[in-house]
Design a protein around this ligand. Structure first.
Ligand SMILES: Nc1ncnc2c1ncn2[C@@H]1O[C@H](COP(=O)(O)OP(=O)(O)OP(=O)(O)O)[C@@H](O)[C@H]1O
Length: 872
């Protein structure tokens, strides 16, 4: 258990051996950086871990081929710096490429290449993407930003096709420019990618530019595909397939170069991008399983900076080839190493992969041999020539320059086996050393002082200023020329008679001494004047300073005021905005209310219209009803009239009968006859009249009746049954429904005169109008019982018709009153005497009552408002 753990820890801590050799001061190791790309999927498992800014751990996953062979070792790899996946392009540029650009400006060459498994981010690091550009565009941008004001005119420096440059005169250069302008007019292709905004990037200048030099930038772009070199900027067909292969040669300075490669002189970053994108279009890319846009070749973009010092007056470039300084940066995007069984490539892709792997292998072998030679001080042949790419790099490793490498890695576990190889290569490359570049200051060796160019510019500016009209009044010192005179005469003493030479020399020296004295005096005078001017200026300066500080105070106060005003303005604006918002809300609210109001008004007017319509309908309806009521009332009145006539007729008849009876013409035959008579007398408007005996219907004689004759029949009717149910009259004989409104405890009358109200609805109290209006009854009878002044029971029946009203209610039109009285037998005698007294006035009424033992029912009949009292 213990051994397994300690073994694991040991493996983790095991770092590949580094060269123990002390680096000499004139050599630099190849600087190797590592950049991890972000994982594509969340499900990917990482096999790499950054444990410090310079170290990563590589742990083999169980799926790796080398899992068993390597004994499950976790390896630690150290780099100059490790960039985690989230590192920005700018940071990578600043740390890796910026020092190379600095070197380039100072005349030192550099090589930067990206190395890694396919799809690990080499092209992303070197070229980048639109809006997120990589090292190459950033290099171009910063170079042009730095040298912009110090560029030589185009074609002053001209490639000589042998990797060197010629210097042309201004006239020659101008002629070539004119020719180019002519060509340009004939048609120039624009290759730049409009999506890219690299030129607009914010960049800072590189420090250390020699301002006394003139500069020119040349770019070339080649690709090494299937171990052949192709010029990507060559004029010709746009597809690189048809381009002729180039050969690699060694120039006079033992530098390797692509013979006949197109070198374009570039004057701005935009032009450089143009050239770059022309080449990029031709570069061989293909879709593979592991990368949608996989580079199938190694590409080398070279930026050469040519610089030459300006002459002593700081105007033109010194026309001497030896004065040229040529430095270059080669940016190499290597094709990705790939395991063919993983990529599943076939045919052309497989051949490409084979060549890519072979050239990378050669690179690796070269570096290994180089390292061995450096470490062991041996001189084994480095097989540069085995591959074009190593052949081209030869001068970087054997000559002078900085070499930097970015190892790109995809940390996912699937790439482990290839990543392991890449890490081993990186580890080995970091042990190779390159000789430091030395820079000679050519101008200094020629005795040229620095600042010439600046002085020349200032002089030109001053000369221009003198031509300005406002410079007329300037006081110019055009006096003494501060020189001690002409050069010394020849001092060579070549004969013994050369005393004149000594004399000449003495005279020259005296003249110089005199001149020196004059100059001294002039200088002292000028010094004095200058001092006075200085004092004056100092005074002025003091005044200006105090004025300035006062103005500053004022300015500060004004600024404070402005700030306060701005604050107020902001607050007011805010308030105004909020008020506007409120106003808008209120306006909206008002609009809503107005709309509601309009709707309501519309609704109201509609309702009003409907009501008026309804009113008109109801008016029409009620007018009809009223007319009908009038008709009905008329009918009723005529009916009443008829009835009254009939009653009067009957009364007349009855009177005739009574008179006849009094006279003794008619003898009552039985109680039944009497009942028939009674029945006739009992006729009420609501009941059906019963037939009278035929002899009673004969016209009565018109003989006058006496009181005696009228009294006689009364005595003869004594003993007639008063409570025979057969003779009970009915108020509902007309078949209409009645509302019988009577108290609950009516005193039973038990006489034939008591009305029998069938088909009736009994109510003892009228609580609502519905009791009358909603019932089907068309007749109404109100029954009341009370004692009269004699203490007799008096029953009154008020009868009427129920008539519906237009408002939905009902009204009762009373048209009859019946009054029934019952007399107590023991009070008969008192009444008898009273009747006796009244007999003279009303014999017909009292006669019957005296003879009745039971109080006979009164059957008063009243039509409408007239009360009809029974003659009894
Ligand atoms: N650091 C990174 N950040 C974001 N995306 C990245 C990064 N590195 C790589 N990529 C993305 O991964 C993909 C593959 O990258 P790239 O083409 O640069 O790989 P490569 O190493 O050049 O592959 P090949 O060798 O096949 O040409 C690209 O879509 C790229 O945008």
């Amino acid at each position: 258990m213990k051994s397994a753990k300690s073994k694991q820890r040991l493996n983790e801590m095991r770092t590949p051996a580094r060269s123990k050799q002390n680096l000499q001061g004139d050599r630099d190791p190849v600087q190797v950086f590592c950049r991890l790309r972000p994982m594509q999927r969340d499900t990917d498992i990482s096999c790499m871990k950054i444990i410090s800014p310079t170290t990563v751990l590589l742990t083999p996953p169980s799926t790796a081929l080398s899992y068993r062979n390597e004994n499950n070792k976790t390896m630690k790899y150290t780099f100059k710096e490790v960039f985690p996946p989230e590192t920005a392009q700018q940071e990578v540029f600043d740390k890796v490429a910026y020092p190379l650009v600095e070197g380039l400006i100072k005349g030192k060459s550099g090589l930067l290449f990206t190395y890694g498994v396919t799809g690990s981010g080499k092209t992303f690091t070197m070229t980048g993407e639109p809006q997120n550009c990589g090292i190459l565009p950033r290099c171009l941008n910063i170079i042009f930003k730095t040298i912009n004001d110090y560029q030589a005119h185009k074609y002053v420096f001209k490639p000589d096709k042998m990797n060197m440059f010629e210097i042309q005169t201004e006239v020659e250069a101008m002629l070539e420019r004119q020719q180019e302008l002519h060509k340009f007019k004939m048609g120039k292709k624009n290759n730049s990618n409009p999506d890219l905004a690299m030129a607009s990037m914010e960049v800072t200048k590189v420090e250390g530019l020699n301002e006394d030099n003139q500069y020119a930038v040349f770019v070339s772009y080649v690709e090494v595909y299937n171990n052949s070199v192709f010029d990507l900027l060559e004029d010709g067909p746009p597809v690189s397939k048809n381009l002729p292969a180039k050969i690699i040669r060694e120039d006079a300075a033992h530098n390797m170069y692509v013979h006949g490669v197109t070198e374009i002189e570039i004057k701005s970053a935009e032009e450089a991008f143009d050239a770059f994108y022309l080449g990029l279009k031709r570069k061989r890319m293909a879709h593979t399983t592991l990368n949608a846009e996989s580079s199938r070749s190694h590409s080398v973009f070279t930026i050469r900076l040519v610089q030459a010092p300006v002459d002593e007056v700081g105007e033109a470039v010194i026309q001497n080839k030896k004065c040229l300084t040529i430095s270059q940066i080669s940016l190499v995007d290597l094709a990705g190493s790939e395991r063919t069984n993983r990529t599943k490539n076939t045919g052309q892709r497989l051949r490409e992969a084979g060549n890519i792997n072979k050239s990378l292998m050669t690179l690796r072998t070269c570096l290994e041999v180089l390292r061995e030679n450096q470490t062991n001080n041996t001189n084994n042949m480095v097989p540069y020539r085995e591959s074009k790419i190593t052949h081209l790099f030869k001068n970087f490793f054997e000559g002078e320059g900085q070499v930097r490498m970015i190892v790109c890695a995809n940390p996912r576990a699937e790439d482990y086996d290839e990543t392991l190889q890449v890490m081993r290569f990186a580890e080995m490359a970091a042990e190779v050393e390159v000789v430091k570049a030395q820079v000679n200051d050519i101008a200094a060796s020629m005795g040229l002082v620095s600042g010439r160019r600046k002085a020349n510019r200032l002089f030109a500016a001053a000369r221009d200023n003198l031509a300005r009209p406002d410079a007329k009044d300037l006081e110019l010192d055009l006096g003494l020329v501060y020189s001690l005179g002409p050069d010394f005469p020849s001092l060579e003493l070549n004969s013994s008679q050369a005393s004149h030479i000594i004399k000449e020399l003495m005279a020259h020296l005296e003249m110089r001494l005199n001149r020196r004295e004059t100059l001294k005096r002039s200088k002292a005078l000028k010094d004095e004047r200058f001092r006075a001017q200085l004092i004056e200026m100092e005074k002025e300066s003091l005044e200006v300073r105090s004025e300035n500080s006062a103005l500053r105070g004022q300015l500060a106060a004004s600024e404070r005021r402005i700030r306060a005003l701005e604050d107020r303005l902001t607050a007011t604006e805010n308030e105004s905005t909020s008020n506007k918002r409120k106003l808008n809300e209120l306006t909206e609210y008002t609009t809503t209310l107005k709309r509601d109001l309009q709707e309501k008004e519309l609704q109201l007017s509609q309702n009003k219209l409907e009501r008026e319509k309804m009113k008109r309908i109801l008016e029409r309806k009620y007018n009809h009803k009223i007319a009908a009521e009038h008709e009905k009332a008329k009918e009723i009145n005529s009916e009443k009239e008829k009835l009254r006539n009939a009653i009067e007729d009957k009364e007349n008849r009855l009177r005739i009968i009574a008179e006849a009876l009094d006279r003794g013409d008619v003898e009552p035959k039985s109680t039944g006859d009497f009942a028939a008579q009674t029945s006739v007398r009992d006729y009420t408007p609501g009941s059906t009249p019963r037939a009278l005996p035929a002899h009673l219907l004969t016209p009565f004689s018109s003989a006058p009746q006496t009181r005696e004759t009228r009294d006689t029949p009364a005595s003869s009717r004594r003993g007639v049954a008063i409570a025979n149910p057969r003779h009970r009259r009915s108020l509902s004989a007309d078949g209409k429904g009645w509302i019988e409104h009577a108290p609950n405890k009516l005193v039973p009358m038990g006489t034939v005169m008591k009305p029998s109200i069938t088909n009736s609805k009994h109510v003892n109290k009228l609580t609502t109008i519905k009791d009358i209006a909603n019932s089907k009854a068309s007749k109404y009878c109100l029954i009341s019982q009370e004692q009269d002044t004699d203490g007799e029971l008096e029953t009154k029946l008020y009868k009427g018709d129920v008539v519906p009203t237009c408002g939905g209610g009902a009204q009762v039109i009373f048209n009859d009153v019946e009054m029934l009285k019952q007399f107590s037998p023991n009070r008969e005698s008192q009444r008898e005497s009273q009747r006796e007294t009244n007999r003279s006035g009303c014999a017909r009424h009292s006669g019957k009552r005296r003879e009745t033992t039971h109080s006979p029912p009164q059957t008063p009949s009243n039509t409408s408002k007239k009360q009809r009292v029974d003659e009894d």
